[in-house]
Ligand binder design. Sequence first.
Ligand code: NOJ
Length: 542
Amino acid sequence: MTDSTTDSTTRQSWWRGAAIYQVYVRSFADGDGDGTGDLAGVRSRLPYLADLGIDAIWFNPWYPSPMDDGGYDVADYRDIEPVFGSLAEAEKLIEEAHTLGIKIIIDIVPNHCSDSHPWFAAALAAGPGSPERERFWFRRGRGDGGELPPNNWQSRFGGPAWTRVTEPDGSPGEWFLHLYSSRQPDLNWTNPEVAEEFEDILRFWFNRGVDGFRIDVADGLVKADDLPDAGDGPLPYSDLDGVHEIYRTWRRIADGYPDQRVFVGEMWLPDPERFAMYLRPDELHSAFNFDFLSCPWDASRLRAVVDATLAAHAPVDAPATWVLSNHDVTRHVTRYGRADTSFSFADRQHLAPTDRELGLRRARAAALLTLALPGAVYIYQGEELGLSEVEDLPDSLRQDPVFERTAGADIGRDGCRVPLPWSGDAPPFGFNAAGTAPWLPQPPSWSSVTVAAQTDDPDSMLELYRRALRLRADDPALGDGTLGWLSGQSAGVLAFTRSETFACVVNLSAAPVELPAHREVLLASRPVEQTLPPDTTVWLRI
Ligand code: NOJ
């Protein structure tokens, strides 16, 4: 391979092994002092992210939104939420990030919009049978007076997936479909107008320099035309060719740009073959792998997930993506400190006892495992600080619609969205200027985990992430590629090589284990002598 080929290959495939940092804007850093994070805050912290050693940032939705679902209820796809800043500021941010060598991925929410989107207002005003209603899923209800929902679909946030509207003449009217909250009407992707609108939105942001999109509910866009009742399983989808055609069109748009622009799909697809269909070479570039995130801290279960993930991706030559936490799930320090270390939306195990020290030890080990696996890795803001889930927020402050729609049965996702602690001894910990309360309260105990407190402490989680990300960036064997399992390991140990000179060993058993032959310990999640202690990962030069 000549140097120029290497250069262009690397440039073309930056995303295959990237370390991508997820910024939940509301909670990252507040530049204007109102207690809510914003783009000015992100811009001021770009040097922090560059120093951390990440390749790209994924922004949760930053568009104008009533924030019923934390921005996943978009009112205008071509602007910035005024509380976060302005379009001009976003353009500057993209430019500044690029100067620091950081790519920008933004969220696109094509399954639904906000009920404040002008299209929905027009649909309500135009009435039944109008082309405006054809952009959504409006249907007559069942029952003599149409008083029952059109089918039995349930919202993923609890309660029925249908809400009845009042027609312009004041009469009780049609129902509209919403797979999420009733303030998030689903768009009708069989309507070409919807497809054209989103193609234009993609171009709008690509032309402003964004390097890619994370697609929300990527596998949910196309519903079965006749909207049949659902059985016990997932919702019935029919026109799968239709959804693949959408992504082929999107791919052609991305491929029309000289430098590579990418799509990563958010999908919860249990069937690996269907999952891989979305990652064919002319569709999405990558997709999230939530089996890894949901998996308990157990060597054989984790190995099975890693093997199944790599096997699912291999036929389409797509890189796997690895995620431990995000803005929807209980932070993994908290999960890993519990008796049951798995994650499930059906049961967040809210307030189940957790041992922070144990969770932290495992989270450190999990970080080195994840960063050594082949493919791309997503780091959710605050995991590099070892933040725990904030489980004792007062109910009156909870904002997640999940909490309300399930009458508190599901506590929701606010606990992983608490604003980051940057410095100082008391809230707001440098998140915003003292004097204003952050939009969700931070625990006073976070004084020991601020960025300032952890910087230069060689034993801190932050310095572990910094060292690991630096080593990962410098070793061409890490990131994209393959792995080989090392044979002859004790039960409860995961051990694999990424090259002839790099091995990663994780001890998930309760007893110390011998290290395989090696020349040098590159990095360990806690001190290693002759043996590898429980809940510890080590990177070895072999
Ligand atoms: C997945 C997003 O991650 C989540 O935060 C959101 O509530 C739903 N999609 C609906 O947009």
